[in-house]
Write a protein that binds this ligand. Structure first.
Ligand code: 9MR
Length: 300
């Protein structure tokens, strides 16, 4: 954003909300205890304000990308550290960040509560406490739970649905569920399963956003042109579901152009195979792809 003029120009021209991919994670903001590094996050929020964009904050409590000092806390220190972190970060940007991913990926792929310093110390109630801390630091921010693999009806989304119902029954101030949507041109979720799943969360009164969308063309055997056309249709069918769901108000893509995507990080090759995965709306020259046109069509 700060060093690539084409990237910045594309963001300014095409988007109305931005999300920090890494700049607001705990390890980025507080690599050492008792000292914060705000610069990159501040730059992003100022950029949004200068361009009349809103900001979706990502993320306050997550098992990954934690500074080492957090992972070595004793069990009885975790709650205090978590509350202090949330209070410091949310207070700093109070009134300037529209919505927050308060808790990220608290469920394992099975749907069980994921093992983390937070669940180890506090059990499921770390979620209650995290949302309460965020709410007291900013009474107006929209507070989200965010996860992957919860887009289709299945064991993980069932487990999340049950969890969210428990949270609401306990008066936890959760207001939205973020469906990350790191998907491929084929496979889960089907459009109908995503639609039905969004509907049940929306029926609880929650916002249901798409928070990290990309669509891998993956190990497609099709030629590139066909693969990009299939990808474009996939963008259409998923975004159309959101468009038609009144509680689905925002869509975030996990990157802008195919030249800057986590999908092609060397560490991901073991998971997704060899790239380039070309998962985003703009190509490596920042030219709009077929996916861009179909994403726009879906918003009509
Ligand atoms: O895109 C992010 C990448 O640059 C980081 O290396 C990675 C570290 O875990 O996190 C990526 O973003 C993740 C997001 O914060 C949470 N959902 C999954 C995203 C992709 O891994």
């Amino acid at each position: 954003l700060t060093s690539n003029a084409e990237y910045r120009a594309t963001v300014e021209a095409e988007f109305s909300q931005i999300t920090p991919e890494n700049e607001m994670k705990w390890e980025s903001l507080a690599p050492t205890r008792d000292s914060f590094k705000w610069t990159q996050a501040d730059v992003l929020v100022s950029f949004a304000e200068e361009n009349g964009m809103t900001v979706h904050g990502h993320t306050l409590v997550w098992h990954s990308q934690l500074p080492s000092w957090v992972t070595t806390l004793s069990t009885d220190e975790v709650e205090g550290a978590m509350n202090e972190h949330i209070d410091a970060v949310v207070s700093r940007y109070r009134g300037r960040i529209r919505s927050w991913d308060v808790v990220n990926e608290a469920l394992a792929d099975t749907g069980a509560l994921r093992v983390s310093p937070f669940s180890a110390a506090l059990g499921e109630e770390f979620i209650d406490k995290a949302f309460a801390a965020a709410r007291s630091a900013d009474p107006d921010a929209i507070l989200f739970y965010n996860d992957y693999g919860i887009e289709h009806l299945g064991p993980k989304s069932d487990a999340l649905f049950a969890l969210v119902k428990r949270l609401l029954e306990r008066g936890v101030p959760i207001q939205g569920v973020g469906f990350q949507m790191h998907i491929a041109s084929t496979g889960n979720p089907s459009a109908s399963s995503f639609r039905d799943n969004l509907a049940r969360f929306a029926a609880l009164g929650l916002h249901t956003s798409i928070t990290e969308m990309d669509v891998r063309i993956g190990k497609s055997t099709a030629d590139t042109k066909t693969a990009l056309s299939n990808q474009a249709e996939r963008y259409y069918e998923i975004i159309r579901v959101c468009r038609l769901q009144p509680k689905c108000g925002t869509i975030t893509f996990w990157g802008v152009d195919d030249g800057h995507s986590w999908l092609d990080l060397p560490s991901m090759e073991g998971v997704f195979g060899k790239g380039p995965h070309q998962g985003l709306l703009f190509d490596t020259h920042f030219d709009p792809k077929p996916a861009y046109d179909r994403a726009r069509d879906a918003l009509d």
